[in-house]
Design a binder for this molecule. Sequence first.
Ligand SMILES: *[C@@H]1O[C@H](CO)[C@@H](O)[C@H](O)[C@H]1NC(C)=O
Ligand SMILES: *[C@@H]1O[C@H](CO)[C@@H](O)[C@H](O)[C@H]1NC(C)=O
Ligand SMILES: *[C@@H]1O[C@H](CO)[C@@H](O)[C@H](O)[C@H]1NC(C)=O
Length: 498
Amino acid sequence: MMAVGGRLVPCMCVGLLGLLCWVWVSFASFPEAQLPLEPLDAGDRGAFQPQSALSDMEFASISSYRGPGNNDFRSNKELPILLWWSAGLFPHFPGDTERIDCATSSCLVTSNRKVQLYKRTASIIFYGTDFRAYEAPLPRLRHQTWALFHEESPMNNYILSHGPGIRLFNYTATFRRGSDYPLTLQWLPSLDYLLQPVAVSLEKKNQWRREGLAPVLYMQSHCDVPSDRDRYVKELMKYIEVDSYGKCLNNKPLPEHLEDTATATGEDAHFMSFVARYKFHLALENGLCPDYMTEKLWRPMHQGCVPVYRGSFVVKDWMPNDHSVIVIDDFASPKDLASFLKSLDENDDEYIKYLEFKKPSQITNTRLLEALNTREWGVNDMSKPNYLNGFECYVCDQENARLAVERAYRKAPKQNPAPQPKMANNSHMGCPLPKPGYGDIEDVPADDGWLQIWPQDYWQSLDQAEGLESLIRHNESDPSLLWQHIQNIAVRRARGKH
Ligand SMILES: *[C@@H]1O[C@H](CO)[C@@H](O)[C@H](O)[C@H]1NC(C)=O
Ligand SMILES: *[C@@H]1O[C@H](CO)[C@@H](O)[C@H](O)[C@H]1NC(C)=O
Ligand SMILES: *[C@@H]1O[C@H](CO)[C@@H](O)[C@H](O)[C@H]1NC(C)=O
């Protein structure tokens, strides 16, 4: 087990929350796993040797909050550098270069792209949503690893869902459990959040039903999305009453005082009590991918409404027990789903079973409990580090460990194991080709908005991934040659060569 130690320092979290928040600078420590740390030696001949590394950059005044497991006493000048390529997400004061002391080792972190080709720059950290093949840092140096942070929807960047795209990265933090630093339950703040008492009793919900509220709520204003959810919901609406307040498939006006709150992911009290009156919430993610689960799923559960869910195909793996969610794809058709929802609407005993998880003894899923217990980062929890700093430290420790293995091997190749390359694969992201939310793709009319965007976006991002792979293979320094490389690949393919 790991011992947790560290200290909180105030820090601007740029990007994610846009708020002043607290950041934990040192981490869980692993006293048994200490690395032989020595100054870096000159080795990698492929790398550039630019002038004085960070000489003209400011070092942050906060220098050290090391955990007890970190025996890395090198000076700042000797530490490997981690470069945040997406400066908007840099989890430190903008413009700073900071020393971070992590579980087992230390690094310098910066968002100053001047260090891109420095020999000491060991890793470049990317934010998935901002990652663009035509802006990638090239040439890719052999001694540098790439790290990917992508907690957002698969729809934001399908390049990461293709083998050639994800394999560019050596370390990942994504919503998938198979990533190196998984963020799977990022939208679930805590177990207590699930255990929160039901906000509106079934008795009251039944009363609202008698007063004309539909059994099912839909609230969506982001309409043309890869999961094509509206096509499904539209069909479902033929068989069961759905109150739809958002811009998509709207059939009811939202009360004026809620207009600004409905699209927010925050939890406005008026908005929360408004939606809590519904028995069922349609909870369809904007993109479909294993382990991609958002507040659309957890919020109704928090309130004691039953989510009718489509998003992660393996959502049941994370549910508190085996009857707390209704999974759309368990039903052969929207019509079948509608009859099931109607039967629950008329049968209180059956409906209430979906809320049994509100009793702690009914939360039986050990995978869920363990993941919540062991994750080192917190959600809206100032006493825990955030996952940006957590991932940065993960990369720092991995890099120092890799550098130590490489040094040992260079010194005594016979006595030491050769360094093994590490890279991501489709189990770190790998979201499937978007398909129609309802029906077959052959039946979708050619001028359909969804059809014109998403399948193409998916395949074009594969071209871009392959193009970037080719740029790297050819040691190009100009990423704007991407289009040329994509074209060359297409021409070779058309001629039947590879
Ligand atoms: C990092 O990934 C790249 C691209 O997949 C690979 O060529 C390289 O060997 C990896 N580096 C390490 C240190 O594993
Ligand atoms: C993908 O990477 C994981 C490690 O992150 C590894 O365990 C798994 O075997 C890899 N899968 C394939 C198909 O290479
Ligand atoms: C890659 O290109 C850079 C210049 O852009 C050069 O310095 C370096 O030696 C090249 N690396 C290889 C392996 O050819």
